[in-house]
Design a protein. Structure first.
Length: 136
C-alpha cells in the first residue's frame, strides 16, 4: 500500500550501504522539503510529544489526503518528509490503514532513532491519523 514516493525512498535506502548515509539522506529529504509558512506554525498545528518543535498542516481536497510540515530540527524535517511520502496523495479513507511502523521498520528507522525521536514519530503518526479520521 506504499506510495510511489515512499517506494523511491525505500529503493534509495536499499542502495545506501550504511546508516550514516541513510541518516544524511533523511536530512537531505528534509532540506528539500518546502518550509511551512510561519502563519501555520501555531498551537493548533503543533504536534505534542516531540522533543523538537513540529507542525503539521493538513490540506485535504476532494477526498485526497495531503499535509505539509516543518520542524526546528533537520533530522525531524527529514522524518516529516518520509511521512509525507508515505501518506500524501492517498484517499483520506486509506490513511488510517497505513502501517507506518512497518514502513519505517522497512527503512531501518525503528533501530536507529533515539527513544525521543521514536516517540516524536509516533506522535506525528497519531496526529496524521487523527486528522484523517476527522476528515472522513
Amino acid at each position: 500500500m506504499a506510495t510511489a514516493a515512499f517506494e523511491d525512498i525505500a529503493d534509495t535506502f536499499d542502495f545506501l550501504d550504511d546508516w550514516e548515509e541513510r541518516y544524511r539522506h533523511v536530512i537531505e529529504l528534509g532540506k528539500a522539503m518546502p518550509a511551512l509558512d510561519d502563519a501555520f506554525k501555531v498551537p493548533a498545528t503543533k504536534v505534542d510529544g516531540c522533543a523538537s518543535q513540529v507542525w503539521l498542516q493538513p490540506d485535504i481536497k476532494d477526498g485526497v489526503f495531503h499535509f505539509s510540515g516543518d520542524s526546528d530540527a533537520m533530522i525531524v524535517r527529514g522524518l516529516i518528509a518520509v511521512l509525507a511520502a508515505l501518506y500524501n496523495d492517498l484517499p483520506v479513507a486509506e490513511v488510517t490503514q497505513v502501517d507506518a511502523q512497518a514502513a519505517l521498520k522497512r527503512l531501518g528507522l525503528d533501530e536507529h532513532l533515539s527513544a525521543q525521536r521514536s516517540n516524536g514519530v509516533r506522535a506525528m503518526i497519531a496526529r496524521i491519523n487523527q486528522i484523517a479520521t476527522a476528515a472522513s
